[in-house]
Design a protein. Sequence first.
Length: 557
Amino acid sequence: MEAKYVIVFSALLFSLIIVGETATTGNWELLKESIGISAMHTQLLPNDRVVMFDRTDFGQSKISLPEEKCRKLADGRIDCSAHSVELNLLNQDVRPLTVLTDTWCSSGALAPDGMLIQSGGSNTGERAVRTFQPCADCDWMENQKGLVVPRWYASNQILPNGKFIVVGGRGQFSYEFIPKSSLPSDFKVFALPFLRETRDAVENNLYPFTHLSTDGNLFIFANTKSILFDYINNRVVRNDYPVMPGGVSRNYPSTGSSVLLPLKLGSIHGTSSAAPDAEVFICGGAPPTSYITAIKGTFLPAAKSCGRLMITAEQPQWVMEEMPIERVMGDMLLLPTGDVLIINGAKKGAAGWYLGREPVLNPVLYQPESSKYEIMEPSKIPRMYHSTAVLITDGRVLVGGSNPNKNYNFTEQFPTELSVEVFSPPYLSSGPRPQISWAKPETELSYKQPISIGFTTKKNGESPLFDKFFKKKSHQRNGELENVSVTLVAPSFNTHSFSMNQRMMVLEINQVRQLSSRTYVIDCFSPPTPNIAPPGYYLLFVVHSGIPSLGRWVHIS
Ligand SMILES: *[C@@H]1O[C@H](CO)[C@@H](O)[C@H](O)[C@H]1NC(C)=O
Ligand SMILES: *[C@@H]1O[C@H](CO)[C@@H](O)[C@H](O)[C@H]1NC(C)=O
């Protein structure tokens, strides 16, 4: 071959490899043009189906109730349409479900057995507790008196004992526990003055951010302030957390979002009883007056700021950072890699009907280790008030909803959205994924238990071509594979920019053994206590060089 051809050929080959190697900034795919309803509340179930619902009092959706049922609304109108559906991720089938009480701005969580337990709402649903068993043809069961008091815009959190605390709601400065058993404490309403004290200019701090800390107490954040709370003894354990700087409100209607950053577990080979540090990360929101001024037609810029607070530190301090784009009504999602995706929302205005402007179409990817923010590919569909996003089993993000209107309206400036999309983070285009071939135990885990996982990986995610031509050294040392981790992610309940029960653990690794050139076994430990990982279903991922495997459902009890 002549030299110039060699050069051209090498350049071509090199660019091919570069293209193969270069991570994109993610990509979007329209999964369904319509699911018949607007995904205002979304939950992934352990059978890889996603339950979504909007509200039952705002007109006819585009999908009929099962068995052609109809019902009479309070104002006498007849509604034969469904307001909840199940989307099967394996074949994209949509099945209408029967939810009759009003689920508008309600809350929920997955129970330890995988049942979706969902509470509150408005009107006929204000005291409802609804359950949905994951199975091929199951439907909602509703108990209209499942809560002691009405709860509209409350937050639910699973507790180490497997029950849920339901915190707040409009005009409710209190909490209670569900599901009700025969315990007298289940029928009590406990005062929580913190919620009364943290209301802002518009007297709101709805959907408070709740995170179970690693000592079993509940961290509660509302607008700018936070406490650590012992819900068993109705006692504030810590009120020395500083006010979040910046003068921004972070809860509804100045809606920002919040996550508990990945919990890094133990280092004493499964025997550690010391609780890992817990750090909360809050982004976006709007000035406290944003809602009032938006009603009058002035749409204030949303907040660019984010803050990190180590809630287990002796002297916690907010570390403030800035996103590249301001955002109100954004969702924050923990990805299997431990990065945080900030997605959906608007640049101006507030949560509430007709109050958001300038949709933010670009998600932002945040790396907690480096505090790096990176702008991702934009969607074409505005996802403003009443939109949702959840991580799904294959590591993509399901995005749906958006309805800033009083009813279903497809001609408004920001129409009611019935579509669902999926966003693929850059890790899905940066090389071959590790593949889990087996796990021991297979799915049923207990606490502090050794787990072995067999997997294959293409070294450092490189293409075989790259290996062959460049003979790049793999990242191995003494036969051990570097840059590999095992993560557990809890499937969260997403509504109003907050993913309730979102939680991720980075498991403690004992060793990584090489079996053959691309086959490895990783020995690790399950989480040590229910304070760190409440009982229930989790998605397990093996992550190698920033690329996650497909998620594998495991159950901890
Ligand atoms: C939908 O919105 C448009 C534009 O604001 C309005 O003219 C129309 O009456 C609305 N339709 C319904 C059914 O509310
Ligand atoms: C580890 O993975 C990251 C991607 O998450 C990559 O940038 C880095 O180069 C890797 N390091 C090693 C030693 O493989």
